[in-house]
Design a protein around this ligand. Structure first.
Ligand code: S3P
Length: 185
């Protein structure tokens, strides 16, 4: 983590990471394990606009989508006991990174390029990978973003070789420590 955290985080878990790193799938599991509410920022944007993410990219452009991301994050800073899964590009704006740390404990999920590619290949809707060579696009985006995720996260967990259950356990251990929970969860 670079310089975003001041003091103890609010009792929320924020998941950041590249497309396919498991933010939504693992986030849902954490929320049911801890009894926290699950929030997905992409989903909030869809609800707010009534437009699918891929269509926002095509009709309004990436910058407009990033504005929506910032607006939506700003509505989450007062919450408690939530798990927030974010879109893979949320860290690209520094103001978002500040907001993420206001929301809660920021956990970065990472995985190898190969694992990420295998996971994202199952879903062909991701607008940034609609290119002639999605594998190369993924490689380039990952190379650009890895240091940003690393700097933005309080803690980073590599999920390449973890099941969702194992990743969940690793995150719960970190949360117990970060929030000084004395109860068993
Ligand atoms: C994006 C990731 C997507 C979504 C949008 C942009 C990105 O979310 O927010 O397509 O810039 O990496 P997921 O990480 O959930 O796929």
């Amino acid at each position: 983590m670079l310089c975003f955290r001041t003091g103890m985080p609010r009792e929320n878990i924020v998941l950041i990471g590249f497309m396919g790193s498991g933010k939504s799938a693992i986030g849902r599991r954490i929320s049911s394990r801890l009894g926290f509410q699950f929030i997905d920022t992409d989903q909030l944007i869809i609800e707010r606009t009534g437009i699918p993410i891929s269509e926002i990219f095509v009709t309004q452009g990436e910058a407009a989508f990033r504005d929506l991301e910032t607006t939506v994050l700003g509505t989450l800073t007062h919450l408690d006991r939530c798990v927030v899964a974010t879109g893979g590009g949320v860290v690209l704006r520094e103001e978002n990174c500040v907001l993420l740390h206001q929301i809660g404990l920021v956990i970065g999920l990472t995985a190898s390029e190969e694992v990420l590619y295998n996971r994202v290949s199952r879903n062909t809707k991701r607008p940034l990978l609609q290119t002639e060579d999605p594998r190369e696009t993924l490689r380039q985006l990952l190379e650009q973003r890895l240091p940003i995720y690393e700097a933005a996260a309080d803690i980073t967990i590599d999920t390449s070789h973890l099941s969702h259950e194992e990743a969940l356990e690793a995150i719960v251990i970190e949360a117990r420590y970060a929030f000084a929970w004395h109860r068993d969860v």
